[in-house]
Design a binder for this molecule. Structure first.
Ligand code: WQD
Length: 337
């Protein structure tokens, strides 16, 4: 059995990847401090997989704990999800982001090297591209940060690159997520943001259940087909399967790579609202408001490299994303209890 450590594995992407890993025959172990996730997800994961969940409460920055876990479970690779990811919050609290995201990565790599585990999959983000000069975006595009959050992701990618250059025994798969949305089709796990959602899909879902009065659409004067922002929304189960494909490649070929995980198709805010209205069976009230500072007009991936290197391509549609989100949100209006 191939044991894989998931840092931040109780989170939104981590928990869905956990399910995909078990289905692929891996044995994932969750390490989470629950600073941005909920232990209630663990029982749901047992229900979905039909197997007990191996989980440890703790920080990725605890070098002693991580190296002991790697030793005890003979961990073959680590998937590093643990990190904060709210752009606006990172502007208000940059040191919190540098500490959690950058120091966390440093301590993790120190622990892995101590324990002779040198295969790493890293959860990066399309935010590293900043405001691209054109779309679709390939991995060769320049990196430019537009927030402390984006900066922390670029620094982590550069730390990995330095490690790969210094220690050939290391190998890494850097995955640049576009906009993860959706939920596992069982309706048992999904996105459960703390407080007011920053992101579009969870906010729309909370409007659809009546928890929020209306959606504020941040700007309808962008140079896009209908004036609202265009993004590459990718179903979280496609993203989870992308992690399995990356892990397979890393363990079988011992090569390193950096790939976009997106669908290659952009959808506007109004398209998402229309698709969600069809999924939930009623209108989603909204109001056009001023642009949100820092937002860009368009961002969507060229997914060709991931398909070529990993044999992976997103399969699920925007309708699937909305139907699965609605099932999760309507059955769990307060998230995990
Ligand atoms: C999508 C579109 C908004 C909310 C961010 C991070 C990125 C990644 C995903 C971590 C935009 C519009 C949104 C709302 C709206 N996170 N919108 N009303 O900003 O593309 O990406 O989250 O990796 O790194 O930058 O996602 O969902 O916030 O916005 O009109 O209440 O929806 O203007 O056009 P974004 P988002």
């Amino acid at each position: 059995m191939t044991n894989i450590l998931l840092t931040g594995g109780a989170g939104y992407i981590g928990s869905h990847t956990y399910v995909a890993l078990v289905a692929a025959g891996y044995r994932p172990i969750i390490l989470d401090d629950y600073s941005n996730s909920h232990p209630g997800v663990l029982a749901r994961l047992e229900e979905i997989t039909g197997k007990p969940v191996l989980h440890v409460r703790g920080s990725v920055a605890d070098v002693g704990l991580v190296s002991a876990l790697v030793d005890e479970h003979k961990v073959q690779a680590v998937i590093h999800f643990a990190g904060f990811k709210a752009v606006g919050e990172s502007v208000a609290e940059p040191l919190k982001y540098f500490d959690n995201n950058i120091t966390g990565m440093l301590r993790l790599m120190q622990a892995m090297d101590q324990a002779n585990c040198r295969a790493l999959v890293f959860s990066s983000s399309a935010t590293v591209y900043g405001d691209p000069a054109s779309v679709p975006i390939t991995e060769a595009f320049p990196l430019r940060h537009t927030s402390p959050y984006g900066y922390s992701k670029i620094v982590c990618e550069e730390m990995i690159a330095a490690m790969l250059a210094a220690k050939p025994a290391w190998r890494a798969g850097v995955l640049r997520y576009f906009n993860p949305v959706g939920a596992h089709p069982s309706g048992l796990i999904g996105e459960s943001p703390q407080g007011v959602p920053n992101n579009l899909m969870p906010y729309v879902a909370q409007v659809a259940t009546g928890k929020r009065a209306q959606l504020n659409i941040w700007g309808a004067d962008y140079p896009t087909p209908d004036g609202t922002g265009v993004r590459d929304y990718i179903h979280v189960m496609d993203l989870a399967e992308g992690h399995v494909a990356a892990l397979d490649a890393l363990l079988k070929t011992e090569s390193s790579f950096t790939v976009n995980l997106g669908t290659g198709q952009g959808h506007s805010v109004l398209e998402v609202v229309r698709a969600f209205s069809l999924a939930c069976g009623h209108a989603v009230p909204y109001e056009i408001c001023a642009r949100r500072p820092g937002d860009i007009a368009q961002c969507y991936a060229d997914p060709a490299l991931a398909q070529r290197l990993l044999g992976w391509r997103a399969q699920r549609t925007l309708a699937d994303m909305c139907v699965d989100t609605w099932r999760w949100q309507s059955r769990n209006p307060e998230g995990y209890s």
